[in-house]
Design a protein. Sequence first.
Length: 321
Amino acid sequence: MQRFLLQRAIQSAVVLLGLSVLLFTLLVYTPGDPVELLAQANPEVQPEDVQRLRQYYGLDDPLIIRYLKWLRAVAHGDLGYSRTYSLPVRTLIGQRLGNTLLLVGTAFLIALVVGSAIGIYSALHQYSPADYGFTVFSFLGLAMPNFWQGIVLILIFAVWIPLFPAGGMTTPGVAPGWPMAWDRLWHLVLPVAVLATSGMASWTRYVRSSMLEVIRQDYVRTARAKGLPERRIVRRHALRNALLPVITLVALSIPGVLNGAVLTETVFSWPGMGLLLFQAVLGHDFNVAMAVLLFLALVTVGANLLADVAYAVVDPRIRYG
């Protein structure tokens, strides 16, 4: 296992390095120049000022030189400075990361628990009206884009029926303590519903399929032939084995939830990493966009490594050399 982890760690580092080159190149060649945008916004900026700023930020250097300078800074823990927010990128990400984790963590937990419960019920009541209803829900949840769901929920529950806030994270002027906690929970409802819907749809399909495969096995039929109670058969024999392959999918689902949070946070103006990335790309804030994209790539690579390890932990038949 140690040798396998070392090999995967080296592979992950190579993948991250390659992704950093690709992301850096794409952002550099994105139409628009931050210095030119600054000059357009301020008519008092002179051409010599523009040239001096380009030299100061190294915008006239060759691509490889710019990348190596950025890579050396990142290796020393320097993610750069945000031109839009006038803050170090590390400080900015530290302010936004907790908000994203709150949103994504809540949605992921709800999707996993509710989706698994629905999948188990559907498998045990196959071809029932409830099973057909949950199947339709799964297809709709997978087919509807997050941003469309968000707009529809805002229109229904924030405009037509004003039950929840249309966006933001807190209401100005709310007293700290329990009132603020309740207010933040109220702001979480709609964005969590959007993120959790697609997750629940996926987990429902996964768990239902895995459970149907297990309850058709010979050892489950043998347990029923012995006269064991159905609840005991489901809990101790079917459910335990059905959830083994699903456990490994938990890690692989994390990047998808984070990527979905980009559009969800943008629609609901949730001050997290997703909204930060969206604003950084539109505002040509290179350092911020590069840092957030690299963070998402790191989570994706780490989740894949975690999934491989989970396979070996939950399934004793798998051994890595």
